[in-house]
Write a protein that binds this ligand. Structure first.
Ligand SMILES: Cc1ncc(COP(=O)(O)O)c(C=O)c1O
Length: 378
């Protein structure tokens, strides 16, 4: 009989994440002076474009993308040219070179799911043409290419914290050189939604550990906090949407969520994610179905990318068994010319995001692997 507790796509906030980490040096990117903490990663994309003066300039950007980073750049006034990404999720350096021209102001690189892009070659092209290199690390917090942290090479690096860590919101922008762009300072978001999200996350985490007691506490808490939760919902600025909302572009990270970042045991997060990815890889046992088919040293995987023939069927099967798999990037930004990037279209049709985050243990991963195998056999 399958356990009934859902396997979430994101980590929850447990008591261990509420303890300050005394005597531990901060890790990249938190140890970098000038890291700006934004409410969302897309706000950081928009600010980077403004700080680098990309208005009216051309940016070469991968055809495989979320879509909201594209909207943020367009809103900041950049003109975009899309570059090929191959079936293995690798940005085609030669196509980037072919796209670059006199109007190019930046090359925008996305490190997918923690896996590094060929940065040295891309940095060389950027240097040759006097263009900026932007590293989008929204999906690759704490990941490294060998010894180099992703995000440490670009003229600008973008981060998204809530995809990796149990924080209610949060993005980051790291600029290689301080740029004065006359941007308004970041404003604090309302704190009630962040507190409400954190409390909810803690209750889910406790229910996971102590199912019957936790469920009772959660039901009670829900009943007595009805009005506060209503108010929090009313004030909330949503995360994880597809749309870029210029009305909230100046929002920064709340002090409470910022504090949580400082409590992160980075080494443990990386170690667990790597172990979980490897376990899934072994137990699913179909390396040819993984977009990234090995785990190079230093990579902190955000998820396990499983390629399936029938994505709808696979997702429904996983969801029906309580596994919160994600329909990864099925549609891109409408400005990408249709039919021009068949490999990207294939990835969009096929990639299912399986969770491998730091909260999951061997039993849960066995369950994910079992259903994934079933989905592949169908
Ligand atoms: C590659 C990439 N960049 C930027 C973002 C924007 O991050 P956020 O959702 O924090 O705005 C996302 C969001 O999924 C993304 O996938």
């Amino acid at each position: 009989m399958e356990a009934l507790m859902a396997i979430s796509s994101l980590p929850e906030l447990g008591p261990a994440q509420l303890l300050p980490r005394l005597g531990v040096a901060a890790s990249f990117p938190f140890n970098r002076f000038g890291l700006e903490l934004t409410y969302l990663g897309r706000n950081a994309v928009w600010r980077a474009a403004r700080m680098l003066g990309l208005e009216g300039g051309e940016v070469i950007i991968p055809a495989y993308h979320h879509g909201v980073e594209i909207s943020a750049l367009l809103h900041a006034g950049a003109r975009l040219r899309f570059a090929r990404v191959d079936r293995a999720g690798r940005l085609d350096v030669e196509h980037v070179r072919a796209c670059v021209g006199p109007r190019t102001r930046a090359i925008y690189v996305i490190h997918y799911a923690g896996f590094p892009q060929p940065l040295d070659a891309l940095a060389e092209i950027a240097r040759e043409y006097g263009a900026f290199l932007i590293e989008d690390c929204a999906l690759s917090l704490f990941s490294r290419d060998g010894a180099r942290p992703l995000g440490s090479q670009g003229d600008a690096a973008i981060f998204c914290f809530y995809k990796t860590l149990p924080v209610p919101h949060g993005g980051g922008l790291l600029m290689r050189t301080a740029a004065a762009a006359g941007l308004a300072p970041l404003a604090a978001p309302p704190s009630l939604p962040a507190l409400s999200h954190m409390a909810g996350s803690m209750l889910v985490a406790s229910e996971r550990r102590f199912p019957s007691m936790g469920k009772w506490v959660r039901t009670m808490a829900k009943a007595v906090t009805h009005r506060v939760r209503e108010q929090a919902r009313h004030e909330d600025v949503p995360v994880g949407t597809q749309e870029f909302d210029p009305a909230v572009v100046q929002l920064g990270m709340s002090p409470i969520a910022t504090r949580l970042l400082g409590f992160t045991d980075v080494e443990q997060v990386v170690r667990r994610r790597r172990a979980n990815w490897l376990l899934l890889h072994e137990r699913i046992g179909r390396p040819e179905q993984a977009t990234w088919s090995s785990l190079p040293p230093g990579v902190c995987p955000l998820f396990y990318a499983l390629e399936v023939d029938d994505k709808d069927h696979a997702l429904h099967l996983l969801w029906s068994r309580g596994i919160q798999a994600v329909d990864f990037w099925r549609v891109g930004h409408p400005s990408v010319p249709r039919g021009q990037f068949p490999e990207v279209e294939a990835l969009r049709q096929r990639v299912v995001e399986l969770p491998c985050h730091q909260d999951l243990g061997p039993e849960e991963l066995e369950r994910v692997a079992r259903v994934a195998r079933e989905a592949l056999e169908a």
